[in-house]
Design a binder for this molecule. Structure first.
Ligand code: AQP
Length: 334
């Protein structure tokens, strides 16, 4: 292995492909600060990944600042965590090329996100969309990552990263740490509020399907009031027959840090309407302080910029060591 690290490492990234949703928060962001005292954490704004879908350049730049501000607003300490932009570390793209040569078409063909996104963007099924999981593997493996906090939707991509790492290690000897997924018990798969059979996604065309972290309270409450529920009147977790109510139970459990059974008990005598309002209120209470801090941070782009520059340097050092080791092993002159 290339570098000698002191602590176990965490890597995770979020795309600045839209404003972050409650799904991104509960599945990923909420868990990031919980790890910062026990691990060496690398949290990346994965801007290269966003180009798989057409982006407006100015909006993309703004959303990258916005995502760093949200990382900080959610409680990440910039002194304890390496918060950086993927495009500031060229080793991501370089390792991605190498790993692509150790990834089979058959493996990429099986990726459900590719199938899903290519059906949603039928006019732009590009090579990047197809090789996205290879770049994600490079993101993770560059930092000799032990664990990756992610939502359920990214589990298949992480499995692939593990397979690529194991394949490479088998050929060249120990090079990469094989990373473990770190998936929360509740909140790992937040579903759309209007169609609870599909996941809540920041690039969804219908704004009623998602709640944003930075959305105002009245709008959040309105969306929960309108959230689709199911037939019957009982508040019980049953994803197959009650996807709407199950989604709301999942959200409430995750926000409050309690089990689904506890939610069922708390609302055993409640009506759907009251439960929806309770979930909306709990979401607003959690998101309000994050939104306030976020708005403060966005007024000081210079501060955000300084964090990105300083941390980009740190990330390049660690990534550079791994890439050099890889280059040497595959036979390049280093
Ligand atoms: N609905 C969700 N429930 C729980 N976790 C979720 N995540 C995304 N959606 C949900 C987790 O958020 C992290 C960042 O995701 P990403 O930006 O890398 O892209 P994504 O997984 O493709 O998320 P989106 O919101 O659906 O983005 P778009 O619409 O741009 O494709 C990941 O850890 C993910 O698991």
């Amino acid at each position: 292995m290339a570098d000698t690290k002191q602590n176990k490492r965490i890597f995770s990234g979020i795309q600045p492909s839209g404003n972050l949703t409650l799904g991104n928060y509960l599945g990923a962001l909420k868990n990031f600060p919980l790890l910062q005292n026990d691990y060496e954490c690398y949290y990346c704004v994965v801007d290269l990944h966003t180009l798989t879908v057409r982006q407006d350049p100015e909006a993309l730049r703004e959303r990258s600042y916005s995502l760093i501000a949200l990382y900080l607003a959610a409680g990440l300490d910039p002194e304890k965590n390496v918060l950086f932009l993927q495009s500031h570390v060229p080793q991501h793209a370089e390792l991605s090329w190498i790993l692509g040569c150790y990834t089979y078409m058959g493996e990429l063909n099986r990726m459900t996100q590719f199938k899903d996104k290519s059906s949603r963007h039928a006019d732009n099924i590009n090579g990047g969309l197809y090789t996205y999981p290879v770049l994600m593997a490079a993101d993770i493996l560059l930092y000799q990552t032990d664990a990756v906090p992610i939502g359920q939707d990214q589990k298949q991509h992480l499995e692939l990263a593990r397979n690529i790492a194991e394949r490479f290690n088998k050929i060249y000897g120990d090079t990469f740490v094989v990373p473990e997924p770190f998936i929360p018990k509740t909140g790992a798969r937040v579903m759309s509020l209007q169609d609870p059979t599909k996941k809540m996604s920041k690039s969804d065309d219908n704004a009623n399907n998602f709640v944003l972290i930075t959305e105002d309270e009245a709008s959040i409450m309105k969306k929960f009031k309108r959230a689709v529920t199911d037939s019957g009147s009982e508040i019980i977790f049953d994803e197959e027959n009650k996807p709407g109510i199950s989604n709301l139970i999942n959200i409430y459990a995750s926000i409050k840090g309690i089990s689904r059974e506890d939610v069922e008990k708390e609302f055993a005598a409640a009506r759907y309407g009251d439960f929806k309002m309770a979930v909306g209120t709990a979401v607003c209470e959690t998101l309000a302080p994050i939104k306030a801090r976020y708005e403060e941070l966005m007024k000081d782009k210079q501060y955000l910029e300084s964090i990105l520059r300083k941390n980009g340097e740190k990330a390049r050092t660690v990534a550079g060591e791994t890439l050099k080791d890889v280059y040497r092993k595959v036979g390049f002159i280093v």
